[in-house]
Design a protein around this ligand. Structure first.
Ligand code: FAD
Length: 364
């Protein structure tokens, strides 16, 4: 089967690799000048455990399975990663209830090693922490997301697959029982193929709306939530990732580490109408307040506005969080077509498992 994958982010690359490993001829069309410049370049690089998402959801299933697959791939392909572990901390009685519920959900989802700690136990692990209780997730870690994407590209190309850069797909036509992708930009033209996977993330709805025969009412609403990050200029004060209890729209302003051990904070949740990656430095005040709830020792003047990512959400403020939406032939009735919508966090962690799901749906 000849397959076109639209989008060379971590999800598109994982799907392309999975299909190439199954023996298909795969081409990835990427609008930008390089792979991994979209949502995949602007996240926390955390390998999530999978305890936040409702049991039975695609987010839970692919996060738990994807994390295991990702650790194995990192080990076998020399991709930078570290299972540094994470603490979700409670600073009030209500939050203690929340983290206990997260533990129960994690156990239901099959997450291993979760342990509820009291304040003294948490402080033995992280002496700078202030909390009333904490949930330890030893399986949570960090990964070099660009190293991962390069490894996926390498395996794709080893199997004869190719990536076409500067190649925006503007529409999908149906001709003589096949798909024909229409390209704009410098490489304007057409590409006939048997199947198409739309992994265009923030632009997935636009492509779906220009897909022959795909009902307009199936195209979901696109809701944008910017996540801003602030870097920490001092020496790292923690060895694990530290998360507060989750907030509406996100996981709370947490502390993540990069592979060099540097600390950064974020992402927060800022609902926006148009794609704009600028970080407003005045949001720093709210960061100091949120972080000092679990790290009172955060020095004044130590945070600097860093970068932002944008979550491709399907629901807005006050609405329940949506699941990943994988719209394949069994759902919409068109052969050889999968649209992916709302692949926000934990899409990086879930990518390898989600890729197998997409390949299965095309094979069914
Ligand atoms: C702030 C933030 C923090 C996050 N933190 C984490 C985390 O710590 N752990 C985790 O597991 N997940 C995290 N996520 C989620 C994760 O980053 C995403 O789910 C994942 O990167 C999505 O990958 P993607 O390939 O779907 O999208 P993208 O990386 O955006 O790739 C889509 C690609 O499609 C291309 N494209 C778009 N339209 C077209 C077109 N018409 N033709 C051709 N190409 C096109 C774009 O240029 C882009 O390269 C986070 C997300 C955000 C926003």
């Amino acid at each position: 089967m000849e397959v076109l994958v639209v989008g060379a982010g971590v999800v598109g690359l994982a799907v392309a690799r999975a299909l190439a490993l199954r023996g298909h001829e795969v081409v990835v069309a990427e609008a930008a000048e390089a792979i991994g410049t979209g949502v995949s370049a602007r996240n926390s690089e955390v390998i999530h455990g999978g305890m936040y998402y409702p049991a039975g959801s695609l987010r839970a299933k692919h996060c738990v399975a994807g994390a295991r697959m990702l650790y194995r791939l990192c080990a076998s392909h020399g991709i930078g990663h570290r299972a540094c572990g994470k603490l979700i901390v409670a600073t009030t009685d209500a939050e203690a209830g929340t983290i206990a519920a997260i533990r129960d959900r994690g156990v239901e989802n099959g997450v291993e090693g979760l342990e509820l700690l009291d304040a003294a136990q948490a402080r033995r692990l992280e002496p700078n922490i202030s909390c009333t209780a904490a949930l330890l997730s030893p399986q949570t870690g960090i990964v070099d997301s660009h190293g991962l994407m390069l490894a996926l590209q390498g395996e794709l190309e080893d199997r004869g697959g190719a990536i076409a850069l500067h190649t925006p797909v503007t529409g999908l036509a149906r001709k003589a029982g096949r798909w024909v992708a229409i390209f704009g930009g410098a490489t304007a033209g057409e590409y006939p193929c048997d199947a198409v996977v739309n992994a265009a993330s923030l632009d997935a709805q636009t492509l779906a709306a220009h897909t022959d025969g795909y009902p307009a009412e199936r195209v979901p609403r696109r809701v944008l939530a910017r996540g801003n990050y602030f870097g920490f200029t001092g020496k790292a004060a923690f060895g694990r990732l530290i998360y507060p209890a989750p907030v509406e729209g996100g996981l709370g302003t947490h502390l993540t580490l990069d592979l060099a051990g540097r600390m950064r904070f974020g992402p927060d949740v800022e609902w926006i109408d148009a794609i704009d990656y600028r970080v407003d430095p005045s949001r720093g005040d709210a960061f100091y307040a949120a972080i000092r709830r679990y790290w009172p020792g955060l020095p004044d003047g130590s945070l600097v506005a860093d970068y932002a990512g944008i979550r491709p959400k399907l629901t807005g403020p006050g609405e329940p969080a949506a699941d990943f939406r994988v719209d394949g032939p069994a759902e919409h009735g068109l052969p050889g077509l999968v649209h992916l919508f709302g692949i926000e966090s934990p899409g990086l962690t879930a990518s390898l498992s989600l890729a197998e799901d997409v390949a299965d749906r095309l094979a069914a």
